[in-house]
Design a protein around this ligand. Structure first.
Ligand code: ADP
Length: 335
């Protein structure tokens, strides 16, 4: 059976994009595969300007939300990246097989670095090397499959390149992983700007639905979503990015509710006569989707000792799983 690894960054509150693109599949499918691991990748939150207390709070919140979304610590390993030293240990070795040109070509680096410069800030070196740390996260566990949204495709491709290169130069050490993207809602777009993705680190914009938003806030954000010219409800991401985004969200919610298939935004196209009815139905579907997650989250925050214990046990297990591969990599490279 394939080993699965994936993670989420505590750079902000988790969004509907994180849930539909990644977390819901981890809970529904991926955790049932052999030895799957899900990680709050807190070291990655330090690549941009950060507040230490906020990162710590968001890390706990993200871990709690993963459990609330249905990850079962009896089935899979849930842990925090910084509690397992092997990630940073391996990252350095991989920096020694990566080159600066390929790092500078990463789309997310280019976008985020441009944003930092626009704000008048400096670009942290770790923003450039972040995909190498992500490669270490994945390769340390002999991962076969990395279930992620579309936006991470290039980083998983880099991970594969680094694994192949290391294996060729220093002997077979790493499993070469592959990415798995959802068929629907692989890239949920910002409701106010449907040409850019809904990202938790994009500030508290009204185009972002957070998993812990109150139902009325969710409704308001979706009802105010930007739609496109014309009035036909069709799934056409190029010509109608706003409407297509809503159709994808609705299709993914319906698939989740019925527990069958991945959802089909094209099939929903003809069903909705107006933009208004599409928005209304999407808003209600998202409220229903989030309700059980929010309920379970509010139960879990009342029991912080439980979450701490899950993370402690998770880190212990992850450490034991990563150490043999990372030790082997140190030996292979000549240390
Ligand atoms: P963010 O961009 O919100 O900081 P992360 O890097 O923490 O996201 O990603 C966590 C997971 O959520 C990844 O698998 C990523 O591909 C997925 N993801 C993030 N944003 C979206 C989105 N808008 N649509 C679909 N998947 C997303």
């Amino acid at each position: 059976m394939a080993r699965v690894f994936s993670g989420v960054k505590p750079t902000g509150h988790l969004t509907l994009g994180n849930y539909l693109g990644a977390v819901r599949r981890w809970a529904a499918v991926d955790q049932y595969r052999a030895d799957s691991l899900f990680c709050v990748v807190d070291l990655h939150a330090l690549t941009v300007d950060h507040d230490p207390g906020r990162v710590r709070r968001l890390t706990r919140q993200a871990a709690t939300l993963l459990l609330a979304a249905g990850l079962d610590p009896e089935r899979c390993t849930v842990f925090v990246q910084s509690q397992v030293d092997e990630h940073a240990r391996l990252s350095y070795l991989l920096e020694c097989v990566a080159n600066d040109g390929e790092m500078r070509r990463m789309i997310q680096y280019k976008e985020k670095a441009a944003l930092e410069r626009e704000r008048g800030g400096s670009v942290r070196l770790s923003l450039l090397t972040y995909p190498v740390l992500m490669a270490a996260d994945i390769l340390a566990y002999g991962t076969d499959v990395v279930p992620v949204g579309d936006d991470q495709a290039q980083h998983v491709e880099l991970t594969r390149d680094l694994a192949v290169r290391f294996n060729q130069r220093y002997g077979h050490t790493f499993v070469v992983p592959r990415a798995a993207h959802p068929e629907v809602a692989a890239r949920v777009m910002d409701l106010q700007d449907p040409t850019s993705k809904m990202g938790k680190s994009h500030g508290g914009g009204s185009g972002i639905v957070y998993l812990l938003d109150d139902p009325d806030v969710v409704r308001k954000k979706i009802m105010r979503a930007v739609t496109d010219s014309g009035d036909e409800v069709v799934h056409d991401p190029e010509a109608k990015p706003g409407v297509s985004n809503l159709l994808e969200i609705l299709a993914a919610c319906e698939a989740q509710k019925s527990g069958a298939g991945t959802g089909n935004p094209e099939a929903l196209s003809g069903v909705h006569k107006t933009y208004g009815s599409l928005k209304k139905e999407t808003a209600e579907a998202v409220v229903e989707l989030l309700r059980p997650v929010q309920q379970r989250h509010s139960e879990l925050v009342r029991d912080p000792g439980y979450v701490e214990e899950v993370l402690r046990r998770g880190a212990e297990k992850a450490r034991a799983m990563a150490r043999p591969t990372v030790d082997a990599a140190y030996r292979a490279i000549g240390l």
